[in-house]
Design a protein around this ligand. Sequence first.
Ligand code: MTE
Ligand code: MO
Length: 379
Amino acid sequence: YSWEVVQKEKPDLIHLLDFPYNGETTRDQLLEGKITDNMHHFVRNHGGVPAIEEDAFELEIGGLVNNPVKLSLKDLKDPSKFPQCEVTVTLQCSGTRRIEQIREYPGDGDELINAPWGEGAIGTAVYRGVPLKKVLKRACGGVLPECQHLEFIGGDTYFKKGNVFNYAVSVPYRKVRMNEEVILAWEMNGKPLPKIHGAPLRLVVTGYIGARSCKWVYQINALAEPSMGPVQSQEYLYYTSQLGKQNVKYSNGFSIQQMPVSSAIISPVDKSVIVHDGSIELKGWGYSGGGNWVERVEVSPDGGHVWYAVQPEDMTEKHYHAWRLWKIKLPVDAEGWLEFCVRTWDSSNNTEPTFVRSAWNWDLHVTSSCHRIKIYSVN
Ligand code: MTE
Ligand code: MO
């Protein structure tokens, strides 16, 4: 799966890294609509894109289950065996908007981090597949009482500190048991799942950081403890502010699962000069993880003292597990540099931390604070 193929399939992503391939959605495409076109959906890879023969493919489910099984794609897609469903899901990489931390606090953060994401490591698609819960029940006769976590292993390999690993992550079993929206998917926006997004089969975990939605998944293990793989045990961890380069230990990290609230101003662009006659229009996205939806979005023209609420009709519809795009026209009577910022509130009344530093953590994950841009206003 060469760089040439990536360029052909994803001609206008912002390419952050050629290998492993990482690309983010452009501003224009972020504002295009609630659903992100497959061609424009961001990509986050840790290794190469594995070539998997669909006919020979088998999903192996083992560990603490009553009956370990191997399922072909034909089995999984047989509606008489498993009910199919569609879920609309925003996938967001937990590294979204990490660039603000890197710019303001250079050198403060894990230097192994290779993707300096801006506002575009997020996208929304309709995935079709089968609820994992049903597969565990009908094909495996359920899990054993000791099962607390489900581990997912992807067909891709990546290198870390001289070792080669398969991508492996886990989520608490409770997340899967409690809802039928965690699915094994083979379709994205009505089209076969593209290879680069995990074909022939990927996991889609609603409301969790993108990392848990394992692509090219070929093995699932029911476990008593979280996966011991390095992606689960050494990455996607949250550290307290006291921990940094000199004293950080993986064992001090907290595993990040649910995505917190985040948002971004996508238009206008930071540091632009805007000539206007009394008002400036802003556009962007707001997203909440967990099982929450975005309830309201507020925008401030003065760095966060006075906030204006976006009108409900100026947002895309309310949806569990999906972002809302918003727009607002703010009265602006001042000349010169102004700081605009946005904050989103979810259905549990959670919002974002106020300042960039309030969201800092050594691993630079889930670092979203109120998104701030500077505009030179010419009235
Ligand atoms: N699954 C595998 N097997 N390998 C990966 O590198 N990256 C994860 C996740 N699943 C990854 C993976 C991360 S960090 C994110 S944010 C999402 O996939 C991105 O999904 P996308 O590339 O389809 O947008
Ligand atoms: Mo990610």
